[in-house]
Design a binder for this molecule. Structure first.
Ligand code: NAD
Length: 281
């Protein structure tokens, strides 16, 4: 089975739209501020995607464009200003930042209740303690898809390739919170295949095209390919899709798999943040 991330995302967006309508009836308009420092073309594209996704569901989104050479103090002051604004319920800061700015400091300045990327240490800490609040959107999308497909996480062997703060680490915590047995592999892992072949659920977020071949996958596994790689004029994932689709129970395509799910989780999380801040849970 091919996991249709676009179709699942449309369903999440429909639910999000109706949650927004309920808030609007009470005079509350959820608002997102997306901060972009400088003019990195990939970041510009991601920010554009976020604004158009917000427009699709009727979320108000504001573009906060800051110059490449902005002082750290000015960036932090801008974040604090957004923290104070009652009409802004979610704040996203596009990474990477220019080299002279400390991303950790900036992330820590975002008010935890507005941190819809789920990167603030308070939200990460809550996640690790099993009290998930706002969590990173890609792992949230993968968990949503597994639950939607009726895949039991309790007792499942889950293998994650990639240990980034954005995908691998928070996903491992979310899976542990649901009682899966979790292994996290990375670039220093020896004999990757010995690990990946154990996974009833295999999530790959390495950014290496074709890293996972058919003989590295357990027959019947659920495979989530998070990778987004440009190869020539094509966008491909980290999994050899054509070969792996024949032995997996289910697999996400690239594009059209984890990407749209991630965006839909971002929208849903802005609404959750709004509901929490306005007491309309
Ligand atoms: P990252 O660069 O921060 O981390 C990469 C991880 O992969 C590291 O843990 C590294 O050790 C591991 N790795 C690299 N090469 C490896 C190898 N040969 N064998 C085993 N492990 C290896 O990456 P990230 O930010 O987590 O992103 C990973 C990929 O996922 C990228 O292609 C990125 O574009 C994509 N991504 C997609 C979405 C989405 O919504 N679909 C979201 C986030 C990231």
């Amino acid at each position: 089975m091919i996991i249709d991330g676009k179709a699942m995302a449309s369903q999440v967006e429909a639910e999000t739209r109706s949650r927004i309508a309920k808030l609007m009836e009470k005079g509350i308009v959820p608002g997102l501020a997306a901060i972009l420092v400088g003019s990195n073309p990939a970041s510009q594209m991601y920010v554009r995607l976020k604004h158009s996704a917000c427009a699709r569901v009727g979320l108000r989104s504001e573009n906060v464009q800051l110059s490449e050479d902005i002082d750290e103090d000015k960036l932090l002051a801008k974040i604090e200003e957004l923290n104070r604004r009652a009409d802004i319920h979610g704040i996203m800061l596009e990474l990477p930042l220019p080299k002279h700015l400390d991303p950790r400091k900036a992330m820590m300045t975002i008010a935890p209740e507005k941190d819809v990327d789920g990167f603030h240490p308070e939200n990460m800490g809550a996640l690790l303690l099993g009290a998930e609040k706002l969590v990173p959107c890609t792992p949230k999308g993968i968990i949503y898809a597994l639950e939607h497909l009726g895949v039991k996480l309790e007792g499942a062997e889950a293998v994650i390739v990639g240990h980034s703060n954005v995908v691998g680490k928070p996903l491992a915590a979310m899976m542990l919170n649901r009682n899966a047995t979790v292994q996290v592999c990375h670039v220093y892992t020896k004999n990757l295949v010995e690990h990946t072949r154990r996974g009833d659920i295999l999530v790959v977020a390495a950014g290496v095209p074709g890293l996972i071949k058919a003989d590295m996958v357990k027959p019947g596994a659920y495979v989530f390919d998070v990778g987004i790689n440009r190869v020539g004029d094509k966008t491909v994932g980290d999994v050899d899709f054509d070969a792996v689709k024949d032995i997996a129970s289910a697999i996400t395509p690239v594009p059209g798999g984890v990407g749209p799910l991630t965006v839909s989780m971002m929208l849903s999380q802005v609404v959750s943040a709004t509901e929490a801040q306005t007491g309309h849970l």
